[in-house]
Design a binder for this molecule. Sequence first.
Ligand SMILES: Nc1ncnc2c1ncn2[C@@H]1O[C@H](COP(=O)(O)OP(=O)(O)OP(=O)(O)O)[C@@H](O)[C@H]1O
Length: 494
Amino acid sequence: MAEINFSKEWALDAETEYRFELDIGTSIAITLVRGRAEIFGAELVEGKPYLFGSECKAAVFTWVGCTIQVTGQPSTEYVSDETPMSAYGNLHIAFEQMRVKALAKLHGSPILESAHTAQSKSQSDSSAEPPRVLILGPENSGKTSICKILVNYAVRAGQEWSPILVNVDPNEGGWACPGALSAAAVHGPIPTYSPANPLGSAASSAPTTLSSNALLPLVYWYGHAGMKRNPLLMDRLIQNLGYNVQTKFDQDPQGSVAGIIVDTPSSFASSSGPGVNDYRQKLIRACIDAFRINIILVVGHEKLNVEMQRAYGSSLTVLKIPKSGGVVELDYGYRDRVHRYQMHNYMYGEMIPPPPGIKNGTQGGETLSDLVLTPSSNVINFSDLTIYRIGAETMAPSSALPIGATRVVSEMQPVLVDPAQPGSGLLNAILAVLAPYHPDPNERYNEELLDLTVVGFIVVTNLDIPHKKMTVLSPTQGSLVGKTAIVGSFEWQE
Ligand SMILES: Nc1ncnc2c1ncn2[C@@H]1O[C@H](COP(=O)(O)OP(=O)(O)OP(=O)(O)O)[C@@H](O)[C@H]1O
């Protein structure tokens, strides 16, 4: 029987976008037929079918007009001529001028007047600094999409910029797993094709089959979805990320000129709940200090904008930017499914099945055969791996407590987890395997565990208490003997 091929062409006028949403288990292919088009700043190559799956929601935008062919059936699709892209484009131009000026300063060259005049007041008054940008906004305001647009425009600028993209939203997963906080220097445009890979693919999940645009992110493990669970730990990990980024910049001043874009959780924008306001303010401050932020972008939120202006307006630039009407409201069930897609993708890679009629589909421009992984399932002894949980499990949520010093100790305390104890919480848990401790014992310190980066994630798929053994699923073959791991509150079952 002949395959039914649902294909439809859309002619898009200049500065409009085609928005789509996919249902569970469906996929579509979009091919640029003529003109120029981009997805969150990443350009499409003409004639190449781009596949989308895993309930992806996105938009194909065109500055100059284009025709696209859509194969397959999105659950929602429409064209909008009301987009905030010109505002985002102007931001990019301003950031580009800051980079040029910062580079000129670094080389001791005279600064072009055009670059100088385009600076915001606080920028032109101070020394020439690259853009170090913090993006704040409520849930579903499009923060991550704006980060991608700004980073993608920077890498497309033809100046060989590699801006650092930092993700401090543990609910999102970034390049690693949900629960991680991470940073990476971005060298090529970040594609969008599946929420399982929200920031493009990372080399850490694909040790043998690197896709050409894979990144090498620096990852810390927070282990929970929400900021409220352990804000002190989050604060410390933000500082650690900042310290690492700063060290990189010190070693590579030329590289630092591309700047930083920091994506934040929506909880930074919402002060509901007892004690929450205090924590979110501290964490915003932690980001500003750690990444030496000089620009705060507030996405479509008047009250937050006023709050940030009051708190920081005298020392750095605070700008309110419009929210896109295309941003989709993501509910709890969807976010939960996305966590599962992310874990599956981390272990197995992702192969979006092409819709009927599409033979040579790509995922963000990559050919499909490169994106499949084979995880290994190994039985290890309980004693092979030392597992900790940060903070006692029985702790009341921080928001329920007055802020007090005694709590600091227990919230940051690594507590040894015994897999032999019933109720250890390890079955189906996601564990972050940490980099080794410092080889020189004189350099070791009490809380070193909190400052170790993640080398990979594993999942405990079986516990055999009588034989003191457990089965773990891991994306790599490497031995776990002698390694240290941290368990958080994320679980995953295939
Ligand atoms: N213009 C658009 N057209 C269609 N979909 C869009 C558009 N902009 C964003 N989206 C989609 O809307 C969803 C939410 O956007 P995004 O993740 O950028 O928001 P966020 O503010 O970072 O969310 P969170 O609440 O997780 O912090 C994503 O699936 C994204 O791909």
